[in-house]
Design a protein around this ligand. Sequence first.
Ligand SMILES: O=C(O)C[C@H]1C=CC(=O)O1
Length: 96
Amino acid sequence: MLFHVEMVVKLPSDMPAEQVADIKAKEKAYSQELQRQGKWRHLWRIAGSYANVSIFDVSDNAELHDLISGLPLFPYMDIHVKPLCRHPSSVHQGDA
Ligand SMILES: O=C(O)C[C@H]1C=CC(=O)O1
């Protein structure tokens, strides 16, 4: 199942720089592992914002929830999920 996920990062302005660097490094490693596994198919920065648009490919809602709630930045993000299904006019086979 494919999901469109938008994440807006809102780190507290008083979070110490060392803690910010640490949490960002952990987030990067976590997201890159999921990308290598093919579960996090796309990761795009939204130009001009500390936010991303992502496409996840997971087996069900529960797996998506587990992966997203395991993000090191999870407590500091607003996350919006939209389930996707195949568009009848799409020329791409097997994408959904
Ligand atoms: O920077 C972000 O958009 C937040 C998050 C998503 C992947 C990652 O490495 O950081």
